[in-house]
Design a protein around this ligand. Structure first.
Ligand SMILES: [Zn+2]
Length: 380
């Protein structure tokens, strides 16, 4: 027969410490709670409550420990100075210090419960042989129970705190052992360069004329270009030739400052260019439109004295690498009855000078579906 003392030496005079133990085996998990009281200069430890359950895992035992303590703590009328929770599982101690979001669902839910219910409680490691909850989890015959540490807890509780087991600080757990949640890491960089409005219009529209017209409308709004005598903007009115020319110059100026930035700097400083562009005799023109100064690179040359249009004498420099140039070449190709490469280059040079134009112009002609289907021949 087993006799259990109901008195646990707790009174309002004595300071009481609570020590709680949990353990699990493959057969069961359990917990037990002891009161440690200093009575006549001697520490007396008594079992307050014990619970066990069938399933597995030290973690469940720790949850059971928290739930049991929450259930009985308000019934202890003595002054509890400190509460210690003990477990012989280093993994559980590690889990309790982790954020639940990093753990798998089953573990995370229980760790969250433990963290909520055991705030301000000291979690420590106890060796398996000193863990009274081990008796709960493994089971013990009634006749052997008196020989165990079951009723009074581990012997170290009778000693000063200095002689208690030191917590093991194991940190080298296998990720599988910790049952970490699989996380998808999305790496973001902030190297995104905001596109200018000109670049956005060029990239979104496929037709050269559409690009220039849309930009002309945008400039009309931005610059408040007066379009009638009352100095008001009529949004329904079509784009004038001047507005079209202004928008076109804006686009060319933008592309040149983007692609020929170094050349533009050298020309502005009066230095000769170190590139093959030097032989084209380029120069900068400044056009003042309203409050804006548009800088454009023209190609100079031997036609300065020729009796031809100014644009043809000094065409604007255009790089072949920019996608606007491809769209720009398509326009005269279509408007000149699918002109072949040789004719197209001559037409283009009336307004712009495309560096190494021949290759790109041939590409535009080859890319034209109509030319591919009907193969037009130049009629002489
Ligand atoms: Zn064509």
């Amino acid at each position: 027969m087993v006799r259990v003392n109901r008195f646990v030496y707790t009174s309002s005079k004595n300071k009481c410490e609570i020590h709680e133990f949990s353990d699990a085996s493959s057969r069961a998990y359990g917990c037990c709670i002891y009161a440690r009281v200093l009575d006549n200069g001697k520490y007396v430890t008594s079992l307050i409550i014990s619970r066990s359950s069938i399933p597995r895992l030290e973690l469940c035992a720790s949850v059971l420990l928290c739930q049991t303590w929450t259930k009985i703590k308000h019934k202890l009328n003595c002054l509890v100075s400190k509460t210690y929770f003990w477990t012989d599982s280093t993994v559980v101690l590690h889990w309790i210090k982790m954020h639940p979001s990093t753990l798998k669902c089953f573990i995370a839910n229980r760790v969250s419960t433990i963290q909520t219910q055991s705030q301000d409680i000291i979690w420590s490691h106890v060796p398996g042989k000193d863990n009274p909850a081990d008796i709960v989890s493994r089971g013990c015959a009634a006749r052997d129970l008196m020989q165990t540490i079951w009723f009074h807890g581990p012997r170290f509780l009778a000693l000063d705190a200095l002689h208690w087991p030191k917590s093991e600080r194991k940190t080298d757990f296998e990720p599988k052992e910790l049952e970490l949640r699989n996380t998808l890491v999305l790496k973001c960089s902030t190297s995104y360069k905001e596109k200018s409005i000109v670049e956005q219009i060029i990239s979104r529209l496929s037709s050269f004329r559409m690009i220039v017209r849309v930009l002309a409308y945008v400039l009309r709004v931005f610059n408040r270009v007066p379009v009638n005598r009352n100095n008001t903007i009529n949004a329904t009115r079509s784009i004038s030739v001047e507005e079209f020319k202004l928008a076109f110059d804006h686009i060319i100026s933008y592309i040149q400052s983007d692609v020929f930035a170094k050349e533009l700097k050298d020309l502005h400083a009066g230095r000769s260019l170190k590139t093959e562009l030097e032989k084209l005799n380029p120069f900068i023109s400044n056009e003042q439109i309203g409050s804006q100064n548009i800088r454009l690179i023209h190609v100079g040359g031997r036609l300065a004295m020729a009796d031809i249009l100014l644009d043809a004498k000094m065409p604007l420099l255009l790089p072949k690498t920019h996608n606007f140039t491809y769209k720009y070449i398509e326009d005269p190709h279509l408007r000149n009855l699918h002109a072949r490469a040789k004719v197209l280059i001559a037409i283009l040079r009336l307004t712009v000078w495309i560096v190494n134009a021949r290759e790109l112009v041939r590409k535009v002609v080859r890319g034209c579906t109509h030319c591919y289907l009907y193969k037009p021949v130049l009629m002489l």
